[in-house]
Design a protein around this ligand. Structure first.
Ligand code: NAD
Length: 494
């Protein structure tokens, strides 16, 4: 990978510039400084990458590699990720502006993801089916889809990529990935790792560039069998429409408006600490961020006062500032969006308890936004219903369990949510009633690669991680083998 001479398209096993020589400068959101220059791929580059991926798939070197060996390869990727963790984490921190410790944690999670799919690569060999005829061998086998178009966002660039790359390779597919144009570097590094470890030429391709130029080719090209996308709802809808024209398989991981429900019997200190973590970790730039606090009215005043006090003391800083507890937003444009979102929430009646500003003169170099609490929100406040995608917690209160559930489900999204209570029965009832793809009881944020991740309602289609995460990249084929062929007699000879 040669970022500084901008030959960052990885197509058919070779690094190349964009066909028109275009480049883009990547800026660190924490400092405003230039991080590097990458190629700005064009539609023609994307088509070239799809052609390479198709050739590689048709050639079969990877898809015919025994699944257990594909798994071994992914285990080697996991080991290499461990070896190069510092380099990868630094690149991720520079592109995203997130704190180095958070980027390091992401790298551990990425290695775990490759390890998990490495281990289960050969776990889905298919099954025999009783056809009701002893002469028939009927079996269902799972085959790769073909060329996968993978499109990823800027908040967890390589983590989201690994949730797609690892199962796509485990299943025997080839792929073209388009990372967010804002955060491409770690996706380029992983391509380097895959290549160095000997993945056959053309199986993995990376085209850096915009959604409109590169992404749109992946979602519309007839040789792409599947699109897996992580990003915003509006983009997800556009991708679903585009992919429908060639009837592609699609997997969509979209946004969330995630409730964090606090019952009065909850462990107070743990619930408070985790409410901060839920909403402000990574500046709230987490699809599953618990930004919708729903707290029982009997403890709401104290809980929110304490939350505001703690939020006010959160230290913001750039990726390598060891005193920092949270980082910046991704860009100036994104900060403008969060500013507008908070202003609209306040205009609709929310009470601004803290934040609501960029954080003072010392934060002018990066795109910071101070941790913000919007209290006394009504359900229809736009700040409650929209995904703000920033460090902004809205507060609503409830009286009864039924009301808490109704509020938590009153959203078009359904990605994740949490319930805090020490009562087992309440925890069980509420966790089953929440219409969200992941529910935490007395915790917030942990996920494990063995368990499915994905959204109910408008938070997405399909699942990543877990056995379903592998199945997304496979298609079932029924093979009906009659070992004693016979005349059917349906159309007798005249
Ligand atoms: P985005 O939708 O703006 O962009 C995501 C990717 O799509 C980028 O690579 C972009 O270039 C590409 N893209 C844009 N338009 C396209 C088009 N027309 N065709 C094809 N590709 C196109 O999202 P973002 O701002 O980068 O990321 C933030 C969003 O991602 C948030 O809504 C967040 O909730 C969501 N997200 C969801 C999950 C999850 O697991 N559900 C995880 C992380 C982020």
């Amino acid at each position: 990978m040669t970022s500084n001479n901008a030959e960052t398209l990885f197509i058919d096993g070779a690094w190349a510039p964009a066909e028109n020589g275009a480049t883009r400068t990547i800026i660190c959101p924490g400092t405003g400084e230039e991080v590097g220059t990458v190629s700005e791929g064009t539609p023609a580059d994307a088509r070239r990458a799809v052609a390479a991926a198709k050739r590689a798939f048709d050639d079969g070197a990877w898809r015919r590699t025994p699944a257990a060996e594909r798994g071994d390869f992914l285990l080697r990727v996991a080991a290499e990720m461990g070896r190069r963790k510092a380099e990868f984490a630094r690149a991720e921190a520079l592109d995203t502006g997130k704190r180095l410790v958070e980027a390091e944690a992401d790298m551990d999670d990425i290695a775990s993801c490759f390890r998990y799919f490495g281990k289960i690569a050969d776990s889905h060999p298919g099954r025999l089916v009783d056809a009701g005829n002893p002469a028939v061998i009927s079996r269902v086998v799972y085959e790769p889809v073909g060329v996968c178009g993978l499109i990823t966002p800027w908040n967890f660039p390589l983590l989201q990529a690994s949730w797609k790359i690892a199962p796509a390779l485990a299943a025997g597919n080839s792929f073209v990935i388009k990372p967010s144009e804002l955060t491409p570097h770690t996706t380029l590094l992983i391509a380097e790792v895959l290549n160095d470890l000997g993945l056959p030429r053309g199986v993995a391709n990376v085209v850096t560039g915009t959604g409109a130029d590169v992404g749109a080719v992946l979602t519309s090209h007839e040789d792409v069998g599947m699109v897996s996308f992580t990003g915003g709802l509006a983009t997800g809808r556009a991708i679903a429409e585009s992919a429908a024209k060639t009837v592609k398989k699609i997997a969509l991981e979209l946004g969330g408006k995630n409730p964090n429900v606090i019952f009065p019997d909850a462990d107070y200190d743990a619930a408070l600490d985790n409410a901060l973590n839920a909403g402000f970790l990574d500046s709230g730039l987490v699809c599953s961020a618990g930004t919708r606090l729903i707290v029982h009215e009997s403890i709401a005043r104290r809980f929110v006062d304490d939350l505001v006090e703690r939020a006010n003391s959160i230290v913001m800083g750039g990726p390598f500032d060891e005193s920092a507890q949270t980082g910046p937003l991704i860009s100036k444009e994104h900060r403008d969006k969060v500013t507008d979102y908070v202003n609209r929430g306040v205009a609709a009646g929310a009470r601004l308890r803290c934040g609501g500003h960029w954080g003072g003169a010392e934060h002018e170099a990066g795109f910071f936004y101070a941790p913000t609490v919007l209290d006394e929100c009504t359900r229809d406040n736009p700040a409650v219903q929209e995904e703000g995608f920033g460090p902004v917690i809205t507060v609503e209160t409830f009286r009864t369990e039924e009301e808490a559930i109704a509020i938590a489900n009153d959203t078009m999204y359904g990605l994740s949510g949490a319930v805090w209570t020490t009562d087992m029965a309440t925890a069980n009832r509420v966790s089953r009633a929440l219409q969200h793809g992941t529910v935490w009881i007395n915790d917030y944020h942990p996920y494990i690669p063995q368990a499915e991740w994905g959204g109910f309602k408008m938070s997405g289609i399909g699942r990543e991680l877990g056995p379903s995460g592998l199945e997304e990249y496979q298609q079932a084929k029924h093979i009906y083998h009659n070992t004693e062929p016979a005349v059917t007699g349906w159309f007798p000879k005249a």
